[in-house]
Write a protein of this length. Structure first.
Length: 125
């Protein structure tokens, strides 16, 4: 399930980048990175385009162990021991069990080139 979700958001990133490149006529640079605690991502950036001054589409997939205290603060209660065992929990943080956690995200931001941006209200331009 996790692998399919990662593949899906990476596919979305590729489709969004392809659509922006088609409109703009320029291409993205790609930077892959890793997170020492687990995971990584791909950041794609376009600069000085014809339509967008800057455009970025990033995917992050990070994982690790959420310490019991962090879970307690986030949820307001202790981690049920059976959930820790079922999720493959292990020692995490300052003594005690942790819960295996994973987060996936896609972020997209475009900054239009001012000359290529149509003015919605000529009296304001």
């Amino acid at each position: 399930m996790r692998g399919r979700f990662e593949k899906m958001i990476r596919g979305i990133q590729s489709k969004v980048c392809a659509a922006i490149e088609e409109v703009d006529g320029n291409t993205f640079r790609q930077d892959a990175w890793t997170r020492p605690g687990g995971g990584g991502g791909i950041t794609r950036v376009m600069q000085e385009g014809n339509v967008w001054e800057k455009a970025g589409v990033a995917v992050s997939v990070v994982y690790g162990t959420m310490p019991a205290e962090a879970y307690r603060v986030a949820v307001g209660k202790d981690i049920p021991f059976d959930r820790v065992r079922a999720a493959g929990g292990r020692a995490g943080g300052k003594g005690g069990l942790g819960l295996v956690s994973k987060g996936c995200a896609i972020a997209c931001r475009q900054q239009p080139a001012l000359l290529a941006t149509p003015c919605p209200a000529p009296s304001l331009c």
